[in-house]
Design a protein around this ligand. Sequence first.
Ligand code: GLV
Ligand code: MG
Length: 370
Amino acid sequence: MQAPRFIAYEQAYLDFTIMESSKTMKLPGSFYKPLTIGSPAPYRELPVTLERMIHFVPPHIEKMRAKVPDLINTVDVVLGNLEDAIPADHKQAARDGFITLAKGNEFAATGLWTRINCLNSPWVLDDITEIVGEVGDKLDVIMLPKVEGIWDIHYLDQLLAQLEARHGISRPILIHAILETAEGVKNVEDIAAASPRMHGMSLGPADLAASRGMKTTRVGGGHPAYGVLADMAGDKPRSFSQQDLWHYTVAKMVDACAANGIKAFYGPFGDFSDPVACEAQFRNAFLQGCHGAWSLHPTQIGIAKQVFSPDIDEVRFAARILEAMPDGTGAVMIDGKMQDDATWKQAKVIVDLARLVAAKDPELADAYGV
Ligand code: GLV
Ligand code: MG
């Protein structure tokens, strides 16, 4: 009976060692070195960009591609989707359609992203090699689905460096991970720190629900049965308050991203018939620290724009805090509320975002007064 126990211990130790070594990060000196001779140096800090909504376009549909010039003037990011929702027999057409729409438009300050197929699919290698080869100089970000650990990021990171070198691309293409598997959530901090090519990540509530074995059939949002029931109090009716199913994961993702200087996003909200619930879900994410969300339907563009642009009264109040504490230290009272170094930093987050929004939106610039 001794031997199996010993073997089990040995195996556990081996597993532990492999697990630990897989967590090993590069030494600081090597972290920012280009991964391939001739590929551009990674960014040391992310470019400052406004990304309130990542708008999904199915690029195999010509009618949808025709809307891109208008979208460029309306949204912050145009994303050509190659993964889920594109039927298997249209994968090639979607890839070709994305290359066509990327070549046929000038995106100026609007981001150009694509969501490629996942790394264990038969389509992904051609997605990456053809798109980077054809339009890599215009592509800002590749969204990588179903990221489980740093190995997924490292694979794409190295391949992109090789392709950037081969095609003479001068700006690094960034990676945005979708957090949509239980293993990904477990490894979220390592994923966020995996490479200087990391742009950020989005919560993928549909795949994550499946991966976790959650008992829902929805794409994001709440569930009427998930909530808190008030205690019994005699014969009084007991109130029930629905809770946010995604609160824990969004918070975990925001911490992992903020700690590594990258950006967190809420992903899709699938019930297009309920804009109010969409707004509520987006707003929870915004207040928790997310920078934007996906828009899958034209009506969600306006919702995201409204939610992820800071509130006018909040901006004005934040500007008063900054004005009252020019060097950011000490304590002052404004309208009966105590302000100190910490609220000064909160105010700066809001005013910095307002400035970014104002640069793109003249109407809001006036209202914000920044
Ligand atoms: C998005 O990809 C999701 O699975 O929610
Ligand atoms: Mg998904």
